[in-house]
Design a binder for this molecule. Structure first.
Ligand code: BGC
Ligand code: BGC
Length: 768
C-alpha cells in the first residue's frame, strides 16, 4: 500500500474517533468541515494535496489524468483539424466521460483550429472555456493542464514575439540571454493560460541532415546542458508554467541522421555525450520530461524502463511528470511492433515510466485499453495512482486548482512584447564566419539586397512558427526580415533586387551586395535533408549560382544565411563575408542589420561543426577528434569551420591564466583582451584535454564557457567554474556501463577553438 493511502486512512480514522467522543467534539468537527478536504487547502504542499485528492478518485478518474488529447478533438467536427467552435458533445466525451486531464496544441493547433482569430485573447478565452468545462463537468472539479510547444517564444500565437530558434541561442554562448528569452516566453504562455511548455530541447546534434537540427542548442553536451538549464529556469520563472526537458534521451543521435530513426550507441557514448545535457536541465528543476520518439540500442525509448526509470528516476532523482511524445505509446504497437495491441502498448509504456500519454487522436480508446490493462493485471493500481498523483501535484504546484483562469482581456499585452530583447537575441545568435574586410557596411553605402530569404517572414522565423512547418501562407504574422532591417538602418541606400539579372545589372551603382540565402523552413521528418548543401536547383533556387554571379561583378558580396543548419555553401563559399543568422526571429532583420552595419560587434560562436562536404556525416568535434590510428590523408575532423568558431570586428586574445580546484569545483581563469577595434561582447569557451587517458576522449572537449563585455583596449580576467564531474568518463572495457568517474591524471585547459593546438604549460594544468 502506498504512503498516501495510509495517511488518508489515518486522517479518516482520527476524525471518526473525535466524532464518537463527547463534549468538545462539535467544534473540532465543524473546524475540520470548514477547512474542507486537504486538497482544497491552498497552504498545504502540492504533494500533500495531490496525495489527498488522488485517493478520492476512482480508477477512471485517475486514468484520465494519464492522457493528453489534441485540442482539435474538441472543436468543429472533432476530427482534429476541422475549424469550428467548441463542440459540447465532444467536450463531454473527452472531459467528462473520459476525465481527460490534459489538452495540447500541437504545432499549428490554433484556437478552434482556425475558426477563431489567432490572438492571445482567443487563446486565453478558449483555454479558460475548456478549463471551466472540465471544472464544472467532472465529479471532483479537476482542472485540466494545457500544453503547447513554446520553443522560441509562444510560437503558435500570431504576433507573439518570436526569438531565435535554439541553435541561434546556442551560438550566443550566453546563458543569461537564454534565461531572459525564456522568461519572456513564460510570461506569454502564462497570459494565455498555457501552463505546460514543451521546451527546452536538450537533444545533442550529431548530424545536420536532421530536420530538427535547429531545435537543439548544438552538438556539445555541456553547452546544450547549460543552455537547457537556463531555459528551464526562464520558462519556470513565472511559477505558472512547467518546462519539459525533451526528448529524453539521445534523440539527436540517430545513425542515419533522419528523424525518429534508430540510435545504436554504446552506453559509454550515451552516458558521456548524450545524457549530460538532459541531466543538467533536470538539475535546474524541470517539472516534466518528454520521451524520445526513436529507439536506442534496439528498444523504443517509450518502452524502456531502464531509460525512464533506472536512469531518469534512479540516477537523476527526477520526481516530476514523464510524457510520451506524439502518439508514441500507440506506436509501440503500430510502428515498432513490440506488442500485439494497444492494451499491451500502454502497459509497456506505463510500466517503463510514462505518466502521461500524448494521445492526440483517441482519448476514449486510451481510457478503455488502460482500464483493461489494469483489470488484466498488466498495470498495478498503485502505478496508476502514482502517475495520476504526479500530474495532480504539478497542477497544484502551478496554481491551476486555485487560479484556473486568466484575464483574457489582458492577454493581448503579449503582442510585440520584449522586442528589444528579441533584437539583441538575434544579434547575439548570429555567427560571423568569414570577413575579408567587406564588413561592417557603412550606412552611406549603396547596398543591393537579393536572395530568396531576403524578405521572407517564414524563412526568418523557421519551423514551429504559427504553423508546424513554419508560417502558413496568408498568415498575418509579422517579422522584420533582413531586407527590412537593413532598410531601417540604411534607408534608401538599401534597394532590393528580385532576381539575379536585376541584381547583377545594378553592379555599377552598388557598393556591396547582401545575398540572403538558405532553405525554406520546416520541422521534424519532413525537414530532413539527404544533402545538406545550399540549394542550387530550379525548385529552391539557383542560390549558389546567384552568389557566384554577384562575386563575378567584382563588388563585395556579403552572404547572410537564414537556415536550419550550416549548409555546405559550394560556390557561395567565395563570398567576401558570411554571416550565419539561423532563424533569427521577429526582430531578426534588426539584429542582423546591427551586425552588418557594425552598431553591434558580432560575438556568436558556432555551436556545431560546419561541414566542408555534405557527406561529412555524422559530424561533431566530439566524435571526429577522438584519437585514432587513421592513416589516410589529412585529419579526420576536417570542417569548413570548427565548433566554437566565430569572428568579430575587434582583435581579441584569450588565454588561460590559472586553474584551481576547490571541493568539487574547478575554476579556470581566462584573460581576455580587446587589443584593437570596437567594444563588444566576447564568448569564452573553455576546453579540456587529457595527455593520457585510458578511455578515449576527444582532443578537446568543452567544460564551460562565459560571455563578457570588453571595451576597446580593455583586458579582463574572468573565471569559468564547473563541477569536476563534467570530466567524468565511463571506466572499463568495451561493455562498460556507468557511473561516470574522473580519471586520475593531468587535465590541460585551453580557450580559443577546438582545432587550436594545446600546449601543457603549468598554469593551465590541473592534476586530479
Ligand atoms: C514533437 C514534440 C512536440 C509534440 C507536440 C511531436 O511531434 O516531437 O517535440 O512537443 O509533437 O507538438
Ligand atoms: C507534430 C504536431 C503536429 C502534427 C501534425 C506532429 O508530428 O508534432 O505538432 O501538429 O504532427 O500532424
Amino acid at each position: 500500500m502506498s504512503a498516501p493511502r495510509s495517511r488518508w486512512r489515518l486522517r479518516v480514522a482520527a476524525a471518526a474517533a473525535v466524532l464518537t467522543a463527547t463534549g468538545v467534539v462539535a467544534t473540532t468537527v465543524s473546524t475540520a468541515t470548514a477547512a474542507g478536504p486537504l486538497y482544497k487547502n491552498p497552504t498545504a504542499s502540492p504533494q500533500a494535496r495531490a496525495a489527498d485528492l488522488v485517493m478520492r478518485m476512482n480508477l477512471s478518474e485517475q486514468i484520465g489524468q494519464m492522457v493528453q488529447i489534441q485540442v482539435g478533438k474538441l472543436y468543429g467536427d472533432c476530427g482534429g483539424y476541422t475549424p469550428g467552435p467548441l463542440n459540447r458533445g465532444c467536450a463531454k466525451d473527452v472531459l467528462s466521460t473520459d476525465n481527460v486531464g490534459s489538452i495540447l496544441s500541437g504545432g499549428g493547433d490554433v484556437p478552434g483550429e482556425g475558426y477563431y482569430q489567432n490572438t492571445p485573447r482567443t487563446w486565453a478565452q478558449q483555454i479558460n472555456l475548456l478549463e471551466k468545462y472540465a471544472i464544472q463537468h467532472t465529479r471532483l472539479h479537476i482542472p485540466i493542464i494545457y500544453g503547447a510547444d513554446v520553443v522560441h517564444g509562444h510560437n503558435d500565437v500570431v504576433n507573439a514575439t518570436l526569438f531565435p530558434q535554439q541553435i541561434g541561442l546556442g551560438s550566443s554562448f550566453d546563458t543569461s540571454l537564454v534565461r531572459q528569452v525564456q522568461g519572456s516566453a513564460s510570461r506569454a504562455a502564462t497570459a494565455t493560460n498555457v501552463r505546460w511548455a514543451f521546451a527546452p530541447v536538450a537533444d545533442v546534434d550529431t548530424n545536420s541532415r536532421w530536420g530538427r537540427y535547429y531545435e537543439s542548442f548544438g552538438e556539445d553536451p555541456h553547452l546544450d546542458g547549460a543552455m537547457a538549464a537556463a531555459a528551464v529556469e526562464g520558462l519556470q520563472s513565472t511559477g505558472r508554467v512547467a518546462a519539459t526537458v525533451k526528448h529524453f534521451a539521445g534523440y539527436g543521435a540517430s545513425d542515419s541522421g533522419l528523424d525518429r530513426t534508430p540510435a545504436d550507441i554504446s552506453m559509454r557514448s550515451f552516458e558521456q555525450y548524450q545524457l549530460p545535457s538532459y541531466a543538467h536541465a533536470l538539475q535546474a528543476g524541470a517539472d516534466t520530461v518528454m520521451v524520445n520518439s526513436g529507439s536506442i540500442n534496439g528498444i523504443p525509448a517509450t518502452g524502456s524502463r531502464y531509460l525512464l526509470t533506472t536512469i531518469l528516476r534512479g540516477w537523476y532523482g527526477f520526481k516530476g511528470v514523464v510524457i510520451s511524445d506524439w502518439n508514441d505509446v500507440q506506436a509501440l504497437e503500430t510502428r515498432y511492433h513490440i506488442v500485439p495491441d494497444y492494451e499491451h502498448a500502454i502497459a509497456v509504456a506505463v510500466n517503463a515510466g510514462v505518466d502521461v500519454t500524448m494521445e492526440p487522436y483517441n482519448a476514449d480508446t486510451f481510457v478503455t485499453e488502460a482500464t483493461r490493462a489494469v483489470q488484466d493485471g498488466l498495470i498495478s493500481r498503485a502505478r496508476v495512482r502514482q502517475a495520476a498523483e504526479r500530474v495532480l501535484a504539478l497542477k497544484f504546484k502551478l496554481g491551476i486548482f486555485d487560479h484556473p483562469y486568466v484575464n483574457a482581456s489582458q492577454a493581448n499585452r503579449v503582442l510585440r512584447a520584449d522586442l528589444a530583447l528579441a533584437r539583441r537575441a538575434a544579434a547575439e545568435s548570429s555567427v560571423l564566419v568569414k570577413n575579408d574586410g567587406a564588413l561592417p557596411l557603412k550606412t552611406s553605402d549603396k547596398i543591393v539586397v537579393t536572395g530568396p530569404a531576403a524578405d521572407s517572414v517564414a524563412d526568418t522565423l523557421g519551423g514551429w512558427s504559427v504553423g508546424w512547418q513554419g508560417v502558413p501562407a496568408g498568415s498575418p504574422e509579422r517579422a522584420v526580415t533582413v531586407l527590412k532591417g537593413l532598410q531601417q538602418a540604411g534607408g534608401s541606400n538599401v534597394t532590393y533586387a528580385a532576381d539575379q539579372a536585376t541584381a547583377v545589372g545594378e553592379a555599377s551603382s552598388a557598393d556591396a551586395y547582401v545575398a540572403v540565402v538558405g532553405r525554406p523552413p520546416g520541422a521534424e521528418g519532413p525537414n530532413d535533408v539527404r544533402d545538406p548543401s545550399l540549394p542550387n536547383d530550379p525548385v529552391l533556387g539557383q542560390q549558389q549560382d546567384l552568389v557566384a554571379a554577384l562575386v563575378a561583378t567584382g563588388k563585395p558580396v556579403v552572404v547572410v544565411l537564414i537556415d536550419d543548419r550550416p549548409d555546405v555553401l559550394g560556390k557561395a563559399q567565395d563570398a567576401n563575408a558570411i554571416l550565419m543568422a539561423w532563424r533569427p526571429g521577429t526582430q531578426g532583420g534588426m539584429g542582423v542589420a546591427d551586425l552588418l552595419y557594425g552598431t553591434r560587434n558580432p560575438s556568436g560562436l558556432l555551436p556545431v561543426t560546419w561541414p566542408k562536404r555534405p557527406t561529412d556525416q555524422p559530424n561533431t568535434y566530439i566524435y571526429q577528434t577522438m584519437p585514432t590510428t587513421y592513416n589516410g590523408t589529412g585529419p579526420v575532423y576536417d570542417p569548413q569551420y570548427p565548433f566554437g568558431f566565430g569572428l568579430s570586428y575587434s582583435k581579441t586574445t584569450t588565454a588561460v591564466s590559472s586553474v584551481a580546484a576547490s571541493g568539487s569545483d574547478v575554476t579556470v581563469k581566462v584573460t581576455v583582451a580587446n587589443t584593437g577595434g570596437p567594444a563588444g561582447a566576447v564568448s569564452v569557451p573553455v576546453y579540456v584535454s587529457q595527455p593520457l587517458s585510458r578511455v578515449l576522449v576527444p582532443g578537446k572537449r568543452l567544460v564551460g564557457f562565459t560571455h563578457v563585455w570588453l571595451d576597446s583596449g580593455q583586458t579582463r580576467t574572468v573565471g569559468v567554474t564547473f563541477d569536476k564531474k563534467v570530466l567524468g568518463v565511463v571506466p572499463g572495457d568495451i561493455a562498460a556501463v556507468g557511473p561516470l568517474a574522473v580519471e586520475h591524471g593531468q587535465y590541460v585547459f585551453s580557450t580559443g577553438t577546438v582545432t587550436d593546438t594545446v600546449t601543457p604549460s603549468g598554469s593551465n594544468t590541473l592534476t586530479l
